[in-house]
Design a protein around this ligand. Structure first.
Ligand SMILES: Cc1ncc(COP(=O)(O)O)c(C=O)c1O
Length: 434
């Protein structure tokens, strides 16, 4: 691969971004990157430099940039019928909904399509309120659900909340964040105190009866926090004892990302009443999905509508992505290549004291950086240094976590071990600069 040198000529694309977009539309890197082309696992910037894309536009380009099979499905659909709105039935929408019924766990059957993860979560919360006749929702600290008024009120990060909560009735339970256990306990002696907190939060901060417990199987924006075994079984049991449904927010964790399973929640023995997703579902074509059990979907009164929801091109792209994952056995690849990546990242933890924790599932793997392993003081400045060096070496990574001290990787589901080596080499060089 080509080695990318740091950009010297100010990019015209970046200049316009800075001048004409909301400054809140943050970019990575000291000198923001302007991307102009993507193919497979690689992207190219406006100076012609190539990068191994290990973040996929935030776990969204799931089967490679410009995947020929997905592109072909998109092009064929554009030629046939590009837009209808949800007022008309279309073949791709029905086919996708049927396929989702077949591959989602439990009794999930009926779908509503929208344009983003935010809308998917909003739809799920509304459906849960309508079905139960209750209004309060339990979410997790360190969670993220998007940028609507509801989602911002649910955000478990002050950094993602530009305003105080605008939607009432959303309460936040402790996150199952073992590395920084809010109770300073250790699994399994902790007795899943974080799950028990849901009971406490419901009894102390709600009317005692809730509409839903909504959680990400792996907290993505929160820094790839993986709940311990048994967490969801107990958390969902408590939610149901208080009349609540369970909404699994699979915006990041679906489509084989966590290895071997279509959905991240399948790593625990619980059946969601609603699953939401978006991101990797259509390889970058805008789409949001809310799938519910028949009784939950049936409680949503008419009329409801989405102009772009169920767009035939998005539906065709999503169907093609699912087909690629099946035909190329990518859930398995996410498990095996993910395991290899994990092993290599653990190697970096042995080598560098600033690597406090390595965690994730499948091809959703992260590194939490700390200044000191004893105090666990977050090291966001270290992450910035790793970012600059990996970029210089032609590798793109992501970050997250409340303290911006978690390096997140979301390689394509069809990644190879050689590409993992390329990523790890760049991370190794980046960590050496810290
Ligand atoms: C878990 C989760 N839910 C919801 C969302 C919101 O999705 P979108 O940005 O498509 O609105 C995100 C976005 O990062 C997410 O990670």
């Amino acid at each position: 691969m080509s080695t990318a040198e740091s950009q010297t000529v100010p990019s015209e694309i970046v200049r316009k971004h800075k001048e004409f977009l909301f400054p809140a539309v943050a970019t990575y890197y000291q000198e923001p990157l302007a991307l102009v082309r993507g193919e497979g696992a690689y992207v190219w910037d406006d100076a012609g430099r190539r990068y191994l894309d290990c973040f996929g536009g935030v776990l969204t380009v799931s089967v490679g940039h410009a995947n020929p099979k997905v592109n072909e499905a998109i092009i064929e659909q554009i030629k046939a019928l590009q837009h209808t709105s949800t007022l008309y039935a279309t073949g791709p929408q029905g086919d996708l909904a049927e396929k989702l019924y077949q591959i989602t766990p439990g009794r999930l059957k009926k779908s509503f399509f929208s344009n983003s993860g935010t809308e998917a979560d909003d739809t799920a919360v509304t459906a849960a309120k309508l079905h139960t006749g209750r209004h309060e929702i339990v979410v997790l600290r360190h969670s993220y659900s998007g940028r609507s008024a509801m989602a911002l009120s649910a955000a478990g990060h002050s950094t993602w909340r530009p305003l105080p909560a605008q939607v009432s009735g959303i309460v936040h339970a402790r996150a199952p964040y073992c590395y920084r256990c809010p109770y300073k306990l250790t699994y399994p002696e902790c007795g899943l105190a974080c799950a028990e907190d849901i009971e406490d939060v419901i009894r102390t901060t709600t009317t005692g009866e809730i509409a839903a417990f909504m959680a990400e199987p792996v907290l993505g924006v929160g820094g790839f926090i993986v709940p311990p075994p048994g967490y969801f079984e107990r958390a969902v049991e408590i939610a149901r004892q208080h009349g609540g449904l369970f909404i699994a927010d699979e915006v990041q964790t679906a489509w084989g990302r966590t290895g071997d399973k279509w959905f991240g929640i399948e790593h625990w023995s619980v059946e969601p009443d609603i699953i939401t997703s978006a991101k990797g579902m259509a390889n970058g074509v805008p789409v949001g999905m809310t799938i519910a059990t028949p009784e939950v979907a049936d409680s949503f009164p008419g009329m409801t509508f989405s102009t772009f929801g169920g767009n035939p091109v998005s539906m065709a792209a999503a169907l093609a992505v699912i087909k690629v994952i099946e035909e190329e056995d990518l859930k398995r690849n996410a498990a095996t290549t993910g395991a290899y990546l994990r092993e290599r990242l653990e190697g970096l933890k042995e080598k560098y004291a600033v690597v406090g924790d390595v965690r994730g599932l499948g091809l959703m793997q992260g590194i939490e950086m700390v200044k000191d392993r004893e105090t666990k003081e977050p090291y966001p400045q270290g992450v910035l240094k790793v970012f600059e060096e990996t970029k210089r070496r032609g590798v793109l990574i992501g970050k997250g976590g409340l303290y911006s001290n978690v390096i997140r990787t979301g390689m394509m589901l069809n990644s190879t071990k050689d590409q993992v080596d390329e990523l790890v080499q760049a991370l190794d060089a980046g960590l050496a600069t810290v």
